[in-house]
Design a protein around this ligand. Sequence first.
Ligand SMILES: [Zn+2]
Length: 336
Amino acid sequence: MSDSPKGLDLIKPQESFKRLRRTRMTDALRSMVRETELSVNDFIYPMFVVPGKNFRKEIGSMPGVFQLSIDETIKECVEVKRLAIPAVILFGIPEHKDEVGSGAYDEHGIIQEAVRAIKKEIPELVVITDVCLCEYTSHGHCGIVRGNEIVNDASIELLAKEALTHAQAGADIIAPSDMFDGRVRAIRGTLDANGFELIPIMSYAAKYASGFYGPFREAAESTPKFGDRRSHQMDPANSNEALREVEQDIIEGADMVMVKPALSYLDIIRRVKDRFEMPTAAYNVSGEYSMVKAAARNGWIDEERVMMEILLSIKRAGADMILTYFAKDAANVLRR
Ligand SMILES: [Zn+2]
């Protein structure tokens, strides 16, 4: 027994576990087996553009995020570009709101002017425009309201009009966020008929009626005056339905699909990615941002660590692109 090679007698049948910790023992080893890595190329930075000049107002519930006039938006975009973040997504707050959200499809509306200004100063920055009516309607709904009903088909005509004015202003990607049926087809048709067949559509394909949008509504001044968005946004309980929504948008012409919010819907991101293998975006929404900021301010969590872990989890779930208010902070961390 004693002259058998050393070690063989150590393999005992009862020792059936595997030593998975072997690859975790040093930084170098951990970096070699790491499966997911965040890159600044993953980020899209959301911005809120308002009328006026020299205007910069921090959103109370979203520390570090501002409503910006166009001149200030440009300054911010220069910073975004310096950090090598490839894209921004713009939300507009108009001077006046009305029943039909006419500020949304005015060729000299806030977003149209902002896009022109950004593309003139920083042409390489990818400018995505959010297409919806809720920031522009006096009642705060995403479309036309008749009686107590939010009307689908009349609304998508206006959304297509809005998308066209964004493309004409120079937007690189059109991102409809309304969740009405048939909007991607209407927008694709209108863009194609007007010579914009190469402008991609990033559809908010699986967008849930979520409590995590609270701080955004302060930022975008888009809280509905009555009712809610549950007749068009999805029920948080549903997962199969998300696949039907995404499939429909792809059939209608979406080039990229989005899941929103991200954190409570990581399973949806994974199912969408696995099923369709499309460029997939996830929106790390305002409430998800504000919770981290608030807890960090109380000293309850390590903000930077939690931020990076959240973003990593969204990418690990299958997102190729992450819309996040953390984009600049995370880009700074990645540069170190
Ligand atoms: Zn909306």
